[in-house]
Design a protein around this ligand. Sequence first.
Ligand SMILES: C[S@@+](CC[C@H](N)C(=O)[O-])C[C@H]1O[C@@H](n2cnc3c(N)ncnc32)[C@H](O)[C@@H]1O
Length: 562
Amino acid sequence: MNTQEVTVKNSGATFTPPALANYLSDKILKSIDFASEKYTVLDPACGDGALLSSIAGKIENSFDFELKGYETNIDYLIEARNSLSAIIENNRFKIELQDFLEIAMQSDNDLFSENFSQEYADIVIANPPYVRTQILGAEKSQQIAKQYNLKGKIDLYFPFLIGMTNALKKGGILGVITSNRYLTTKSGAEIRNFLIENYDIIEVIDLGDTKLFDAAVLPAIFMGRKKAGKKQLSAPCHFIKIYEEFNPDKTCPVTKINDVYDILSKENSGLYATEDNRVFNYNVGLLKHSHIKTDIWQMTNDIENQWIEQIRKNTAFYIGDKFKVRVGIKSCADNVFLNENWDKEPILPEDTLLKPLISRENIQRWSCETANCLKVLYPHYSQNGKRAVYEISEYPKAEQYLNIHKKQLEAREYVIQAGRNWYEMWVPQNPAYWKFPKLVFPDISIEAQFSYDESGSIVNGNCYWIVAQTGQEKELLLLIQGIANSKLMAQYHDLCFNNKLYSGRRRYLSQYIEKYPVPDPTSPYSLEIIEIVKKLNAQKNNLQSLEEELNINVLNAFGFKD
Ligand SMILES: C[S@@+](CC[C@H](N)C(=O)[O-])C[C@H]1O[C@@H](n2cnc3c(N)ncnc32)[C@H](O)[C@@H]1O
């Protein structure tokens, strides 16, 4: 990474392209339903002024206004001042070299209380920096979390959203581009709640993988009107969701259109093909949100809601009711612990400590390749069902090998601070479970890949796993495997969890998989599913007709006709 890329990564500076800036300004201006003598427009992290310039260009001849901007990078700030002074008089804007997060909190108020201390802006337009707190550093992120009363994993745009709300007048309009992750993740729960409490949400637009803008994260737009009080729950609001369709259903009509912005202006859901030959699945509807913290914001229309309801009515239990979905092991020093070819190491650790490791690349839909997989140096074992760690001096070769890397391993502060041995895994999981039959699936893949393993292998941290400890649980595991690998569940996953990445890849996080519905395991369809899955797990080729049979049985199990 060169210096500029590092700066960009650390400050989260990806500027909004003019077309997207105009799209957002238009949305904001359409939402204004109040008169003000002079409109104050704030961009708390204005970069080169793309958003302020766009909105100024649109209101210049119709309203009296003043623009306020903050920016921490002097070069960007100069660019912003230059571009604004090219289009409006200098007394109409004020761009300050300031850390917005510092000044947004210059009051004793608790932002989660009824009162806000600043409330000077009629409009906030923003694309705040997207930076994970890991990159910010522990000290800075703890300071921000404390200042903004935020818990758990936070991203820099969370405190920005709170600070912007503090600056916005009641009834004022917020139009902001952020990562779309808070819509559907556990760590976004707190900020979702904050937004519901403080805004009448006007619209949420998940821009998905449209690549309208050059950021590593998938962007979303939030449009809200700040409430006068927090008591009333926001009504369901309009949503737009657009993702590229890599495998469009041939029976569905595709409408030809110029570009993504033309699609975004459409009122109807459907498949749209742009001039550059990309096909997009475009959905509009009413966003469902609730005050239950774990509920994500669901973007589904009436027909989809009925379909989901039908599945829920035919659900006997959700995976999380009966099974725990675990992540694989994490070493935080994979170069030391994982190896494809231990024989080539100058010191070969004792065999007892070397275990086969299933990693993302070993998994296919119905099978995992355990013969030639990586081996992990795993210094843990099970003692009375609990995790224990080997006394490394009893394994002199392993000790000698690990000693070579002692400095690196000791630098893993979280292991040492937890009072554990320097040669332990960071996340070792409970070794008692490896011997049981399990489902293993990668955390990210295009299609579901729930594979069955009985080899006793350990699972890598880029996968999740579900263990069956009894014969009855094993049958349930096979049923779950059939359901999870079915077409129906792919659709359910997209509708209910809406967490796609670029290039059609999906995330299979434990929080979603635990919410997968399972039909009555004693129904004839479920029993048939289990038999088909057994065949699929045993067979290497010609899986297609069996998969078709499986898909039909899954539909039937949830009460759908073929
Ligand atoms: C994603 S860019 C967006 C810039 C501009 N609003 C746009 O849409 O093109 C975020 C900007 O925030 C600036 N920034 C980062 N931290 C900041 C802070 N604490 N206060 C003010 N600006 C900040 C970065 O330097 C960067 O220019």
